[in-house]
Design a protein around this ligand. Sequence first.
Ligand code: PLP
Length: 499
Amino acid sequence: MSENKNLEGLAPVFGDMPKDEFRQFGHELIDWISDYFEKIEELPVLSQIEPGDLKAQLPTSPPEKGEPMESIIADLDRLIVPALTHWSHPSFFAYFATSTSAPGIFGELLSAAFDAKAMLWRTSPASTELEEVMLDWLRQMMGLDAGLSGIIYDTASVSSMHAIAAARESTEQRIREEGMSGRKDLPLLRVYASDQAHSSIDKGIITLGLGQRALRKIPSDGEFRMDANALAAAVQEDKDNGAIPFCVVATVGTTSTSSIDPVPAIAGICERHKLWLHIDAAYAGSAAVVPELREILEGCDRADSLAVNPHKWLFTPFDLSVLYCRHMDLLRRAFALVPEYLRTPEQEKVRSGSDYGVQLGRRFRALKLWMIIRYFGHDGLAARIREHCRLAKLFASWVEESPAWELMAPVPLGLVCFRACRELDAPDETTRNARLDVLNEAVMHGVNATGSALLSHTRLNDKITLRLSIGNIRTTEKHVRQVWELLNQQLKLLSPGYR
Ligand code: PLP
């Protein structure tokens, strides 16, 4: 028993875990994590529990006395692991496949140990200054211009909401001071995004009190990219009707298909009408660290702000989203508020993170980015993303070669949209499509139920479409071949006439 433990061998009466116990269990937990990664392929990707199963196994009230770490760690295996959907599994192909990485895990561990609240420069100079430098490193790796500085938030939803708030501040409508409700002098403020934009844009607009009617959805073309001519017409129409267009959100890497909006054309419209251009590059932005893929950000040097999520495709454990902004002064004007208890002598000379958003305390997220970029290097990060794109193209080539499957969208990066399309006996096209929807959903659920891989879906041109996203650091060609086999097995099972 440790020198510092109480009589039952549990936590001491006061103070933290004794240091020898911390060291012992710290080592054990790192071993536990190593074992978890080693055996992860034996685990079902999708949690196999039924809703409520975990809750039913947990005590309904907290323990009166502390419990030994041994039993807490044992319960990780018994209770928590079965209730996990394993995002770190190499055959996780759903949503946007993402992954943590060893240096990222170390960064999180240290960040928890430091427990810094990076609200003012002085409450954590390390996080404040490391953040500025990391964002500059990432900016250089992505080939973005030096006019952009940035700030780290938790998610892209929050990054984009802050960008729209800064854009609203640029309208000089005194919304920070006067608000929007009950104002007869304030016309409808308009934001534009394509019908493929992520729902976080809608949510940001709701949160900012602009109201859903403020968001005008612009139709996209046959390849799911915003129709720039339709945008120009919509802006003009709104202006003619007395509304105030103020912001356009273009997406580089849409959620359903990873399509890339025509940013140069959209930037031209924004410049003509003096609109804030925000780029949602939450998913695809990381791909710009691959030099030959930088062209996906063409035109983004004309944007006012850009959101990118290292927690999506830069091997960074959740969460870490970056907002780059050309007008940090406007972001600051929208949010800075320094009560007496936060005033510091150096405040005029330094940057304080809390001035740039709704949060006061901020996690030390830059630390994990520092460890990841230093450990893998720019070349190492680019090589992994390049390989993911190669694997996506390889999978897409199998789809294209097979008469039983069809591609549903171009494959610019690491996402493949496809569906089973074998001839079905149907009296008309509508019935055929309805039957194919049922078949494709059944194929997806069949694959997912095996536990060997996980896919997700979307709806494109009113057709159920399967999505295979490759973004996990552990995914190799073997895993992509396995999921292709699984898909074909399921299709055979569900439609025996399949060739
Ligand atoms: N924007 C795009 C294009 C996305 O694909 C997603 C999530 O997949 C988001 C925003 C939201 O990301 P977050 O979970 O970081 O808010």
